[in-house]
Design a protein around this ligand. Sequence first.
Ligand SMILES: [Zn+2]
Length: 454
Amino acid sequence: MPRRLAAALILLCAPALGQMRLSVDAPAALQAPPASVVAAPLPSSALTAAVPIPAAASPALLSAPAAAAPAAAQAAPPAASAQSAPISPAAAKSPREGEPSLRERLRARVAFDGEGDARRDAALSDALDRMLESPTARALAERYAAQGAAATVRFEDIPGTVPTSPDGRAFFHGTRGLTHWTGDSVLVRLNSAYLDSDAHHRRQSLPAILAHELLGHGLWYSRAADENLLQAFHHHDLNEINARLVGWLVDHELDGRMEESGAWTYLRDPSAYTDNLKLRLLYYALTFSGAEMSAPMPALETRLARARERRARLESERANVRSWTPVVDYFAAEGVPEARFRDLRAELAQNDASYAADIASADEAIAGMETVLARFKAETDGASTRYLAAAAAHPMFAELQREVDERLAELRARAVEPQPQAAPAAAAASGQITFDELRRMYEQDRARHPERWR
Ligand SMILES: [Zn+2]
């Protein structure tokens, strides 16, 4: 055992498999939009007359520092009052003879930008067709066709994407999609890694992500623009929670299961899930619950402290994962055929890359919170705090909360968590050494040759 391994192996005493994260459990999934709308100063009529706010309210204070986003434009003037359509699947009607179909009416509002690439066009079209097989998606698409803003959907390369192969088939770890409010329209960016993903994974995942972005975020950005509440909506945590519930429901309706294990985490403890999201990524770090909106500064201070603790934990978990590579090297040097470590080495590398991406995201979130807290403190008249408190009381958020509650109840009623499956026996058959086996090999070797592992 080379001496230089000694330091790396200190952490080996407790390398539980639980800390080895599955590559499909994507913590960086589904980032919401960077602060593309927040740079636009809100006019004093931002809220209805019933909820007056000072003209000096300067919500631009909240805008995240480094969020690269399309240039923010002034929100469009409020459109005709948006009465929300019923959300029940019964709202989805089949077209009468000669009437445009739901798909056609939705497409009249939503442009697909395949950039002249037939493969992109086909993937967008397939995702839409599949999405519209879901009753929840159909009901929301009806509403979008009637009330949604003009939208563009396209594929884009999204930084931080890591290719994976959770079951031997190509997929990826990273943000699945993003939605931006561009000033008067919705831009949905889907991760171009879907194009290189296994067709089965794409078919399982992409329709629900499209629903999440377009029918969750996009539809409500349109509504918030109509109500002149863009800023508050952008910083309200119901923006994301609603989108997630829409995506999960659509996903479950399509095949009776949910692609994202995070859905079960949410169902077990919705508020813990939401709090955790706010520690991970810049956008969520600057969102608030209705209650937090009435006192955003202490909420942000507590959150910042927790985010720093979490970051330290990620560093030590990453070191732990990394400490297993020298163990593989050791056994390879001792004569175990290198080919038998192929999958395990790939898994370790994928885990390391996903930790690196998570740590980078955590750093971004921490820096964003620090900046915004400093701005809150520097704002002597407290205009932003008052703006958030006043906006949180707007009836639109009560309506959104009702929808979120209904979707949560529906998902709870229909979704039954699958029992964890035993690890597939494929690895043993293929001669590949699993992580559990490696750990056993390490423990046995250490018992026989303690001097090698000091
Ligand atoms: Zn989202």
